[in-house]
Ligand binder design. Structure first.
Ligand SMILES: Nc1ncnc2c1ncn2[C@@H]1O[C@H](COP(=O)(O)OP(=O)(O)O)[C@@H](O)[C@H]1O
Ligand SMILES: [Mg+2]
Length: 318
C-alpha cells in the first residue's frame, strides 16, 4: 500500500496532519519486532513502482554527473512513490534559494500539472536579515511542532550543520503551512498539494505551453490594471485578517494568469500580532505593489492604504 492510499481522499492527503502524534495513531506497519515484515513491504514497494530506478524525463536530459539530476530525482521521488506526480518535465525557474519545476500530476490527483518548489541545501547563505522575519516567532520544526529541546535551540543559535538543517526545515514547513492557511481562507494563492523535506508541491499556474508570467514579466492590459490592483489589495487585507503580512510582496511574487492574479513565495511571511516589524513590512509590501501599478496609471498612496488596513486591525489603542 502506498502512502496516498492510506487516505480516503486526495484532500485528506494534502492537508494531512504530519505531527508525530498523528503519525503514531495512523494505521500501518510499525514496531521494531516487525522488521522483517517491513523489509518485505519495502521490497514489494520497490518492485511495485520502480522508485529505485525512477528518473524523471527532465532529469534524464541532464548529465548524470551533474548534481541537479540526483537532486531533482531524490527530492521529487517521494511524491512519485506516493502517486502524486508521474514525471518532471521542465525547469520553470531557477533562483538563488529555490528551483521551481513543472510536474505531471498522477491521474488520482485530478490535477494535470503540478509545480514543485525545491529549496537548495545552501539557501541559508542567501537569507539575509532573517532575524527581522523571525522576531516574535516560536521555534518550530518542519512539522509545526514547537521546539523545546535545548539541543535544537542551541544548534539553531550556533548555526551548526544540524542547526541549519532544523532551520531550513522550519522555513519550508512554515511556507507550506502559511500557504495552506491562506488557501483555505480563500486567498488567491496556488493550491498547496504536499510537502516533504526540501520540497513543496502546489497547483501549477499556467498551461502545457508555459508557466504564468509574473507581473514583472508581463505588460498588463491598461483596462485591467485598476481591477487587478484591487484584487491584490483584497488579498493583502485577507492576509492581515489571518494575522499575516507577506513580507516580500512585489511584482516578482505575483503571477498573472487568465485575467487574475496569484500571490506566491511565502517563506518570509510574518505574524502581524507578534512581529515588531509587521507594520513596516506591510507598508513596504503595499509600496512595492503601488509602484508597479503607478506605472500603469493606477496611482494610489501606499502609506494611506497601509494605515487604512493596519489601524482598524490594531483597533483603538493599537
Ligand atoms: N505555482 C506556480 N506555478 C507557476 N509558476 C510558479 C509557481 N510558483 C512559482 N513559480 C515560478 O517560479 C518562480 C520562483 O518561485 P518563488 O516561489 O517566487 O521562489 P523564489 O523567488 O524564492 O525563487 C516564480 O517567480 C514563478 O515564475
Ligand atoms: Mg520569488
Amino acid at each position: 500500500m502506498n502512502k496516498f492510499e492510506a487516505f480516503e481522499t486526495f484532500e485528506e492527503y494534502q492537508f494531512q496532519d504530519n505531527s508525530r502524534e498523528a503519525r503514531r495513531s495512523r494505521p500501518g506497519p510499525k514496531k521494531k519486532k516487525d522488521r522483517r515484515a517491513r523489509q518485505t513491504m519495502r521490497e514489494i514497494r520497490e518492485m511495485d513502482d520502480g522508485i529505485e530506478n525512477w528518473v524523471p524525463s527532465y532529469a534524464k536530459a541532464i548529465d548524470p554527473r551533474h548534481h541537479e539530476r540526483q537532486w531533482v530525482t531524490e527530492s521529487i521521488g517521494p511524491f512519485y512513490r506516493d502517486q502524486i506526480v508521474t514525471d518532471v518535465t521542465r525547469l520553470v525557474k531557477g533562483g538563488k534559494e529555490a528551483n521551481v519545476y513543472a510536474c505531471i500530476g498522477h491521474p488520482a490527483t485530478g490535477v494535470d500539472l503540478i509545480a514543485a518548489k525545491l529549496y537548495r541545501p545552501r539557501m541559508l547563505r542567501h537569507l539575509k536579515n532573517d532575524a527581522i522575519y523571525k522576531a516574535g516567532r516560536t521555534l518550530r520544526n518542519a512539522e509545526g511542532k514547537q521546539l523545546k529541546g535545548r539541543r535544537e535551540k542551541l544548534a539553531m543559535r550556533k548555526k551548526t550543520t544540524f542547526g541549519k538543517e532544523v532551520d531550513i526545515q522550519w522555513w519550508i514547513g512554515n511556507e507550506y503551512r502559511t500557504q495552506t492557511q491562506l488557501f483555505e481562507a480563500g486567498a488567491n494563492v496556488p493550491k498547496p498539494i504536499g510537502h516533504q523535506g526540501n520540497t513543496i508541491l502546489m497547483q501549477y499556474i499556467g498551461d502545457a505551453y508555459g508557466p504564468a508570467p509574473t507581473l514583472s514579466e508581463v505588460r498588463l492590459p491598461q483596462d485591467e490594471a485598476a481591477a487587478l490592483f484591487t484584487r491584490v489589495m483584497q488579498n493583502v487585507s485577507l492576509m492581515l485578517d489571518n494575522h499575516l503580512v507577506h513580507g516580500d510582496l512585489s511584482a516578482y511574487n505575483i503571477l498573472y494568469w487568465e485575467g487574475d492574479i496569484y500571490l506566491i513565495d511565502f517563506p518570509q511571511m510574518v505574524e502581524a500580532r507578534h512581529n515588531p516589524h509587521a507594520y513596516e513590512l506591510l507598508e513596504r509590501d503595499i509600496t512595492r505593489v503601488c509602484e508597479y501599478f503607478a506605472g500603469l496609471g493606477v496611482v494610489r498612496d501606499p502609506v494611506a492604504l497601509a494605515h487604512d488596513l493596519w489601524d482598524p486591525y490594531m483597533g483603538p489603542g493599537g
